[in-house]
Design a protein around this ligand. Structure first.
Ligand code: MG
Length: 255
């Protein structure tokens, strides 16, 4: 084995170690946020908590300032899919709320999202959340070394659209490679053909993030130029994990 190969191996281990640390801190903060969610709470309060917990743990938000994004986390409620800006809006009983958050530790990134109910939610909302979570798990399961990227995209779409009816994956926003930058190649659509696209290799780090609508897959961007809504105002849920491709099952870094 050449020296050059050796140093690449070491660097990749260092990268994984930093991303693992970023990911576990991120998972911890998301868990704190989800426990704090309650009716009457302003979404800005969630942002404040995230900022405080990040500072305590020595990580920085990847989102704050990204293309001018004005907050630490994204909070998207009900018919909002992604990129909602925390503010004065109050969470209401029965809402579903997605929190998307990315942090940087030692120069490396982790990105994750969860969707949860506010107080008591309807059976339909609960099912949408479960389907979206299941879609992420299906995508992770398909992300083995030697598989193609299209296998992952297809597993997500198959779980949402072919094994069930009434749900659609969002087409216009995708998962992504992640590492030193939050968004790296390749883009990872939540739909696709099995056996298509690049081969997954050990050491690749990817953010899988199915966004699932309980209606039409189309989207529209709001007046704030950030918040993405379902075109037909149906409910939407979002789950995301950062994973590393290994020789066996992928490693979930954001848990
Ligand atoms: Mg992401």
């Amino acid at each position: 084995m050449s020296i050059a190969t050796d140093s690449r191996v070491v660097n990749n281990e260092q990268k994984l170690a930093a991303m693992r640390q970023a990911g576990s801190i991120l998972a911890e903060i998301l868990s704190i946020l989800s426990k704090r969610i309650k009716p009457g709470m302003k979404t800005k309060e969630l942002d404040t908590i995230a900022d405080r917990e990040a500072k305590k743990r020595g990580v920085k938000s990847s989102f704050n300032g990204y293309h001018g994004f004005p907050a630490n986390i994204c909070v998207s409620i009900n018919n909002e899919i992604v990129h909602g800006i925390p503010g004065r809006r109050k969470l209401e009983e029965g809402d579903i709320v997605s929190i998307d958050y990315g942090v940087i530790y030692n120069g490396f990134q982790a990105d994750a999202a969860i969707t949860t109910g506010v107080g008591k939610i309807s059976g339909e909302s609960k099912e949408l959340i479960d389907v979206t979570k299941g879609a992420l798990e299906a995508g992770i399961k398909a992300a083995c070394a030697g598989a193609k990227l299209g296998d992952v995209s297809h597993a997500i779409q198959d779980y949402v659209e072919l094994q069930r009816s009434g749900y659609k994956v969002v087409r216009e926003y995708t998962g992504h490679g992640i590492g030193r930058d939050m968004h790296e190649e390749p883009q990872i659509p939540n739909f696709g053909l099995p056996g298509s696209g690049p081969v997954l290799k050990k050491g690749m780090t990817l953010a899988l993030e199915p966004m699932v609508n309980a209606g039409d897959w189309r989207t529209r961007v709001g007046d704030d130029q950030w918040t993405v809504y379902t075109y037909d105002n149906s409910l939407s849920a979002h789950f995301e994990h950062t994973i590393a491709i290994t020789d066996g099952e992928p490693e979930v870094l954001t848990k």
